[in-house]
Design a protein. Structure first.
Lengths: 268, 295
């Protein structure tokens, strides 16, 4: 018999502390207004589902979630496709200007978004994209990080794979799709998770480029909802729970995977 | 002849594959950098065409007490946020690296803030730290301490933001440290214990130096993110109370979208960029010197 480790004495309260904000959010979201305005605060006596109904009635949560999904999914698809193609070219094809293009692209990784966002806003206005989902998609459709990640992946593959396919008469695109694609799955999945997380949780760019409630993503919508409902915390918490539910669910089911992706890329 | 045609085909194929991504990243990632630099020499509200301003915006920056206040707050924030996160993350990672029962659940608990958006985090913490009904004040009250204002107290708001963002980033730092600790070869630790090292000493002299690349990475990464603090402030305090949480990027946002002084905002952006670049270079040099590797 092993004695239970003394570490539990530290880890248990620590874990409790880490999940307290989330648990408290859940508890407040099913409290009545009166129960939320007590001191000291206590547990709700029953489950007040009405908060959730009220949140959905008062805010277009559904369309915010749909907008977030559309933007995130399109950006994920764009990154998977475009970054694979470019990553492959930079890793395997010696072409004129390729090195310079790759270096310049890497350089953009060092630039903070706050530098880019002001001209980007002007560009979106010129393109007529302000206050559309297009403005949220276009700048994130292909990312320098994604190209870099894919290039690194392709350089680790043995060249013989492609040469064999070449001898069998397959063109570059066919080699990429039929021979290399199956090997790329873990890297593609990492890129997909990171792109999804980043676009789903993005706040500053939607804040400056989107105004009308119908175009808002769920983060921006939630923020505007917060501004309008600071007196009804149970309802606000219910809205917050609903907005976080999709990512939390994905997280619990694919936790290991999430954690690995985040560690690989250093992105929150 | 055939060789030349092959080379030509390479150039065409290379650009064909790379062009979509390169064009998008060039247009939306590279052009704006140059453009931003140009904007910083203009008077512009970002809506109508700007006029040449010479060095006006930079002169304003040097003389603007609000800018220097924001810079000071940003540095105070980073100087707290980064070391506190690192100091908490390493011991937690060491504990989570042990084979104890339930460690998977502990890891889950520590890493769940990773996927919680900053907006949701802001809403949760605003209510937890509510001066009237908040759980934190209930805890203080139970301990016989006076209630605090937290986000609504100018003297405390910045520290409340530090606490909130540490909660949000701790899981990330723990994951990075865990990955580094799992790469420390077991036989090294065994060897040190054979040499008479206790657990604490082998941690200080074997594990800690070996995870120093992770520390270096986190130091840079957390600092870069800390210097760009915005979302967490926007959703909790909107830069207040009494500008107590107006950090550099918040000041930039105010100038661009409240005062409509786009040129000045661009100048602040360039200053933030310089600060980040300088710090990164400094850290890279330092990192190279203290790099341990095991093969």
């Amino acid at each position: 018999m092993r004695r239970p480790s003394a570490l539990h004495l530290v880890l248990l309260p620590l874990s409790a502390l880490m999940v307290t904000p989330l648990v408290w959010m859940l508890l407040v979201s099913v409290s009545t207004q009166e129960e939320s305005r007590r001191f000291p605060p206590g547990l709700p006596s029953g489950i007040e589902w009405e908060n959730y109904l009220a949140a959905m009635r008062d805010a277009p949560l559904g369309s915010w979630l749909v907008n977030s999904f559309v933007v995130s999914i399109v950006c994920v698809a764009g990154n998977l496709l475009l970054c694979s193609l470019a990553g492959y070219a930079f890793a395997r094809i010696p072409f004129f200007g390729g090195r310079v293009a790759f270096f310049l692209m890497l350089a953009t990784l060092m630039v903070p978004f706050q530098i880019v966002m002001l001209p980007l806003l002007i560009m979106m206005r010129e393109l007529g994209l302000v206050d559309t989902l297009g403005a949220l998609i276009a700048p994130n459709l292909a990312t320098a990080f994604g190209v870099f990640l894919m290039r690194q992946f392709f350089t680790t593959l043995p060249r013989e794979l492609e040469e064999a396919a070449r001898i069998d008469g397959a063109g570059r695109l066919r080699t990429l799709l039929q021979v290399l694609l199956p090997l790329m799955r873990p890297t593609l999945a990492t890129l997909a998770v990171l792109t999804f997380l980043q676009t789903w949780n993005d706040f500053l760019w939607p804040l400056i480029v989107v105004q009308s409630p119908g175009t808002m993503t769920v983060q921006l919508g939630l923020q505007s909802f917060q501004g309008a409902h600071t007196t009804n915390w149970p309802k606000l918490m219910a809205g917050t729970v609903l907005s976080q539910l999709p990512v939390l669910l994905v997280f619990f089911f694919a936790q290991r995977f999430f954690v690995r992706s985040v560690a690989a890329a250093g992105i929150k | 002849m055939t060789l030349d045609r092959r080379r030509l085909a390479d150039h065409a194929a290379g650009w064909g594959f790379a062009a979509p991504a390169v064009v998008l990243i060039g247009v939306f990632g590279l052009v704006p950098v140059v453009w931003s630099f140009v904007l910083s020499f203009q008077h512009t509200d970002l809506t109508s065409p700007g006029t040449f301003a010479g060095g006006d915006n930079y002169a304003k920056l040097v003389a603007d007490p609000l800018f220097w206040d924001a810079a000071r707050r940003t540095i105070v924030y980073v100087a707290l946020f980064v070391p506190v996160t690192l100091a908490l993350a390493l011991p937690i990672a060491v504990m989570l690296n042990q084979a104890i029962r339930g460690v998977v659940l502990y890891r889950l608990a520590v890493s769940v803030p990773l996927v919680t958006s900053t907006v949701a985090t802001g809403i949760m913490f605003s209510w937890l730290a509510n001066p009237q009904f908040g759980l934190v004040n209930a805890a203080l009250d139970a301990a016989g301490l006076p209630k605090q204002g937290f986000f609504s107290d100018p003297g405390q708001a910045l520290f409340a933001v530090v606490a909130m963002t540490v909660w949000g980033w701790l899981g990330f730092a723990v994951i990075i440290y865990l990955a580094a600790l799992q790469n420390v070869p077991k036989d090294l630790i065994e060897a040190s214990s054979l040499d008479g090292c206790g657990r604490v000493r082998s941690f200080w002299h074997v594990e800690l130096p070996l995870v120093s690349p992770a520390t270096g990475f986190l130091l840079v990464w957390l600092t870069i993110n800390g210097l760009q603090l915005f979302d967490a402030v926007y959703v909790t305090t909107k830069g207040g109370p009494l500008r107590a949480t107006t950090v550099l990027v918040y000041h930039l946002y105010n100038e661009a979208f409240v005062s409509f002084d786009g040129g000045y905002a661009a100048a602040i952006g360039c200053a933030v960029f310089l600060l980040i670049a300088a710090f990164t270079l400094l850290q890279l040099r330092f990192n190279r010197r203290s790099h341990y590797e095991v093969r």
